[in-house]
Design a protein around this ligand. Structure first.
Ligand SMILES: [Fe+2]
Length: 392
């Protein structure tokens, strides 16, 4: 939703007649809107009526086999777990493993290992899909979005899509679902909505869907809909990518983490300086290669902090993270609200005098406590909570 986009063919005026080439039958207009009729929206023009469905059924909870089951008596402690240990097989949907969640957010990873003819629509949640490994095409009613490693794919709630990878040997996704939309922070925009000169990204950095011809095919097509923890299967009588054109502000798009232009300060700047997206219930930030603070006595590593209103999740993407010992690509640390955290022994001193870092990581700060699933229990590093003891 960074800006207005028009793709394919749309009528000159919305909500007016728009005939197919036969001059008699109408294309079907669908207003796809948010916040009732007050938020951002798009108008899509379909070959067929969007509500058409042949059959509706509920899938058993093990459709996504791998546990969203909560570890309800998990202790309040620090967590470090290795998401790569849950390298389950499946397609872009069924390979998902949920690790952390609350009523507003679900954090998963997936290792898609096979193609599928399924379509997916997350009916209750927006998604940010970070492509750690893999490349291919994100296909939706809006067209095709090529994706490559380290792209964020921002998917509005209700988008019908499928992901096709160029290979299925080594793919890894980090997926964040949110019941509230992912927004560009307000202070990155000027009064006209354009990104400001000091925003960490620019409109040109956002890639929008490219037009593909609508698919005019009548057959049975399987659409999986996710509704919180339930899954439904709709059998559609026509191909869902039957859009001849659309326009508006609401659509999927990509942004590559390498395009993020970080800000640096004379002394340590707090995490909001690394903001990428805000939602009503959490923020998403990223740490990217940058110069360190330039005060002659600066300490680049963060101070110890108790952010009493946030659970802090960090997903480690690449490089030697400056404040953590023992993390690897695909590690996640969870530092819950209510207990302080900060650099591990030796990391503060080691940062002094350093000029730059080449780390890549994604951080999510939630405003409500997260619950951990059994996937966390299965993959965690047992003694992380004691790793600040200097005798260790
Ligand atoms: Fe922190």
């Amino acid at each position: 939703m960074p800006f207005y986009v028009k793709v394919g063919t749309v009528p000159p005026k919305r909500h007016t007649t728009f005939y197919k080439p036969d001059g008699k039958s109408l294309y079907r207009e669908e207003l796809f809107s948010t916040k009732g009729f007050s938020g951002i929206y798009s108008n899509k023009y379909h070959l067929y009526m969007p509500p058409q469905v042949d059959n509706i059924g509920e899938l058993t909870p093990d459709f996504i086999k791998k546990s969203s089951e909560l570890w309800n008596d998990a202790p309040l402690q620090y967590y470090h777990f290795i998401t790569g240990k849950k390298n389950s097989k499946g397609n872009f949907l069924t390979s998902r493993n949920e690790f952390l969640k609350n009523e507003h957010i679900t954090i998963s990873t997936a290792h898609p290992s096979e193609d599928t003819d399924l379509f997916f629509r997350n009916s209750y949640a927006h998604e940010v899909i970070f492509v750690h490994y893999g490349q291919g095409e994100f296909l939706s009613e809006y067209g095709v979005l090529p994706f490559e490693p380290w792209d964020y794919i921002v998917v509005p709630k209700g988008t019908t899509y499928r992901m096709a990878f160029s290979q299925y040997d080594n793919n890894k996704l980090f997926i964040v679902e949110s019941d509230a939309s992912f927004e560009i922070p307000k202070h990155f925009r000027n009064e006209y909505g354009q990104l400001t000169e000091d925003a960490p990204y620019y409109e040109r950095d956002f890639k929008t869907p490219r037009f593909i011809d609508p698919v005019d095919r009548k057959a049975d097509f399987r659409l999986i809909l996710k509704v919180q923890n339930r899954f439904f299967e709709y059998i559609l009588p026509h191909h869902p990518f039957d859009v001849v054109g659309w326009d508006g502000f609401l659509y999927p798009y990509t942004f590559n983490i390498k395009e993020y232009a970080p800000k640096v300060g004379k002394i340590h700047l707090p995490p909001p300086i690394h903001l990428v997206f805000t939602t009503q219930n959490f923020v998403l930030c990223n740490f990217v290669p940058r110069l360190f603070d330039f005060h002659p006595n600066s300490i680049p590593a963060p101070y110890y902090h108790s952010n009493v209103d946030s659970d802090e999740v960090i997903y480690y993407v690449f490089g030697d993270f400056m404040s953590r010992t023992g993390v690897q690509e695909g590690s996640v640390t969870l530092h819950p609200m209510g207990i302080p955290h900060g650099p591990q022994p030796g990391k503060t001193e080691a940062s002094i005098g350093k000029k730059e870092t080449d780390e890549y990581a994604i951080m999510i700060d939630t405003f409500n406590p997260l619950k951990v699933t059994y996937n966390v229990k299965d993959t965690m590093i047992g003694d992380y909570s004691h790793s600040w003891l200097e005798t260790k």
